[in-house]
Ligand binder design. Structure first.
Ligand code: KIV
Ligand code: ZN
Length: 390
């Protein structure tokens, strides 16, 4: 890769199996975790955070087996700032061809108060734990949890300590989804400018969606110099979830003219992964969810249907095939027009004369007033009831 290509490459770090699984009720079985990890690996995710090995025996086994089976992705295990956690994480990920330890501690005033550490004591803990992780593994990620609510001076100080102790990726979590795009960018820019050694490591952005800004905040961070986005399939994650992988990846693809960064994701695998994660986590995708929602590529109103039938680009900014979706993009309902009905009839194999189409149209509108969506079978019945065709 040329230096330019390296600068433009954004790594995708998927944490569906760790932060995603922390959503209350989203627990996955061992077999389901292995299946999702395999799909993520095949899709081209750079780093898979496979779990939190010290959290339970089950988590440990899942991370270990994912590490043993993975082909391409780096496999990462989470650890708190404790030597025991870090060793447990290493025991699980060391089976991977590309292991990573991810260790973290809460650095904001609210989070520092919980272990009741002074700033100096916390700085010392960070030095000790990151050094220990680096003695075990060449690839170490460190996160100051609640970074976006941490005093800037202290944040710079602890990041410098983590880099000197051997961290290779510094992740900046917006743990409670509190930041906004301009602030997210300013923070990354400030850290790159001020922290000694910042040019030696990769900055990551890890956003939560409490105010619905996770995708915007992640992209703003990339524009300011972050080169790893942490995200989950369908935006699964605690509370309002994490940055959705499909949103950031497709935003970078569709708006590459203004955000000229590349990912290694095979986007045609997005839809299948979205469906599998929804099924195994038990978290259905909302109908109007960007990219993967049931309605994301569907048109019901007459004006829109007429437009897409003439030129699909009138109302579609990306191709459904690009996310691996091959379903029809026209939904027949009470807002649908004659052009859509004619196209639908042709697709169903009926060749109706103009007056026949008019008759069917009147009866279709009456039916659509009673029913939310009119399906192919309803339309076939309308034609056959009228005795127009067998
Ligand atoms: O949101 C967060 O701060 C996290 C850390 C563990 C990185 O998930
Ligand atoms: Zn998180």
């Amino acid at each position: 890769m040329t230096d330019k290509a390296k600068q433009d490459r954004v790594l995708i770090f998927d944490t569906t199996l760790r932060d995603g699984e922390q959503s209350p009720g989203a627990t996955m079985t061992h077999a389901e975790k292995l299946e999702i990890a395999e799909l993520l690996d095949e899709m081209g995710v750079d780093i898979i955070e496979a779990g939190f090995p010290i959290a339970s025996e089950g988590d440990f086994k899942a991370v270990k087996e994912i590490a043993q089976r993975s082909n391409n992705s780096v496999i990462c295990g989470l650890a708190r700032a404790s030597l025991q956690d870090i060793e447990r994480s290493w025991e699980a990920v060391k089976h991977s061809r590309k292991p990573r330890i991810h260790t973290f501690i809460g650095t904001s005033p609210l989070h520092r108060a919980i272990p009741n550490l002074t700033m100096d004591q916390m700085a010392e803990r960070i030095h000790e734990t990151v050094t220990h992780a680096r003695n075990l593994c060449d690839d170490v990620q460190w996160s100051p949890m609640d970074a976006t609510r941490t005093e800037h001076d202290f944040l710079c100080r602890v990041i410098e300590i983590a880099i000197k102790a051997g961290a290779t990726t510094i992740n900046i979590p917006d743990t409670v989804g509190y930041t906004a795009p301009r602030e997210s960018a300013d923070l990354i820019r400030m850290l790159i400018e001020k922290v000694p050694g910042a040019d030696e490591i990769i900055f990551a952005t890890h956003c939560h969606n409490d105010l619905g800004m996770a995708t915007a905040n992640s992209l703003a961070a990339v524009e300011a110099g972050a080169r790893q986005i942490e995200c989950t399939i369908n935006g699964l994650g605690e509370r309002a979830g994490n940055t959705a992988l499909e949103e950031v990846v497709m935003a970078l693809k569709v708006r590459n003219d203004i955000m000229p960064y590349q990912t290694g994701i095979d986007t045609t695998k997005i839809m299948n992964l979205s469906r599998r994660v929804a099924t195994v986590s038990g978290f259905p995708v909302q109908f109007n969810k960007a990219i993967v929602g049931k309605n994301a590529f569907l048109h019901e109103s007459g004006i829109h249907q007429d437009g897409v039938l003439k030129n699909v680009e009138t109302f579609e900014i990306m191709k459904p095939e690009d996310i691996g979706l091959f379903a029809k993009n026209i939904a027949m309902g009470k807002h649908s027009g004659r052009a859509a009905l004619r196209s639908k009839m042709n697709e169903l194999g009926f060749d109706l004369a103009a007056n026949q189409l008019n008759d069917v149209f009147v009866r279709f509108k009456a039916l659509a007033d009673r029913k939310k969506e009119v399906y192919d079978d309803d339309l076939i019945a309308l034609v056959q009831d009228q005795g127009l065709q067998d």
